[in-house]
Design a protein around this ligand. Structure first.
Ligand code: SF4
Length: 306
């Protein structure tokens, strides 16, 4: 299946199904071979989205990656025993956070029993538990414990997304799946461009995926490309010379393995997020906790919550 085409098959009327026709011979129209209509894929759908809400609505219908579609749906049907009472989301998971976010956090892909179950980025898995607790501690989230899409969580000036929007087997999307999904991220970045000032990328996979998307969305990515590392920081100028630079931060992924082995500690995560938030004009944690959230000088008032 090509990157630009989804696999949805649309059939109209099948006279052989025993319900139609009432014994009469088929009309010329009905006797034509069954037709399949390819639904446009991300490369066609994403650039047409006018808003993030529009983008998210198109995204959740995407079926462009046959392997990931099969996996996300099988996982949703079989379930994990601990979640057998859940109705899994089982679809692409859209980004989450206000449409005028100043800080974007880019992960890898939804977890099979996390985002693929709850339908919200990072919600329902150990990585999300660490991330939301830290965002809350920094005054960037309304709560540190999250459970589902209806738990009332709000993010303040922060949006979460990923370069691959469907849960992959073994948390490993292929390069082809990453590339097929890229137009969704490119359009999300374009729509956030008026306000986003910092991007924190969690892990090397996200970094490799984010750089070409940032280039396609209008920022000048240097050659050779910046190398991923925890604590890496670089500024990308707008390619057209207009607007503010974008500050890119590397951070080890908040995966259970990284946290368990100590490769990424909560202190390390907090440090990167705090620096990125302050750079984005969201103020310091103390200022946010004190109710004095800073507003970037080039932002309209009231742009920090969804
Ligand atoms: S990974 Fe992305 S491109 Fe592939 S089916 Fe999911 S949303 Fe569509």
């Amino acid at each position: 299946m090509g990157a630009a085409l989804c696999g949805a098959v649309v059939t109209s009327y099948n006279w052989r199904d025993g319900r139609a026709g009432h014994g009469r011979p088929p009309t010329i129209r009905e006797s034509r071979p069954r037709m399949s209509f390819a639904v446009p894929g991300p490369a066609r759908q994403a650039p047409e989205a006018a808003t993030l809400t529009d983008l998210d609505g198109r995204l959740v219908e995407c079926r462009a990656c046959p392997r990931l579609v099969a996996w996300r749906e099988e996982t949703a049907a079989v379930k994990r025993a601990a979640f057998r009472d859940w109705t899994y989301w089982g679809r692409p998971v859209p980004g989450f956070g206000p449409p005028d976010a100043s800080l974007l956090v880019v992960g890898l892909a939804p977890a099979a029993h996390g985002g693929n179950r709850t339908g919200r980025m990072f919600t329902g898995d150990r990585a999300g538990d660490v991330l939301f607790a830290t965002l809350s501690e920094l005054g960037l989230a309304s709560r540190g414990t999250v459970t589902d899409r209806d738990d009332g969580l709000e993010l303040y000036g922060v949006r979460l997304t990923s370069p691959v929007h469907c849960a992959p087997p073994a948390n490993r999307p292929t390069p082809g799946e990453r590339d097929t999904c890229r137009p969704w991220l490119v359009r999300e970045l374009e729509l956030l461009r008026p306000t986003v000032r910092s991007v924190v990328v969690l892990g090397a996979f996200g970094w490799q995926a984010a750089l070409p998307a940032l280039g396609a969305a209008g920022w000048a990515v240097p050659r050779p490309r910046p190398v991923f590392g925890h604590g890496t920081r670089t500024a990308l100028a707008p390619a057209d010379g207009r607007g503010a630079p974008l500050h890119l931060f590397g951070c080890y992924h908040v995966s259970q393995r990284n946290v368990f082995t100590g490769r990424l500690t909560v202190d390390m995560l907090r440090e990167v997020l705090a620096e990125a938030a302050e750079t984005a004009g969201l103020g310091t944690a103390e200022e946010r906790r004190g109710g004095g959230r800073a507003v970037p000088p080039d932002r309209a008032p009231g742009g920090l919550t969804g």
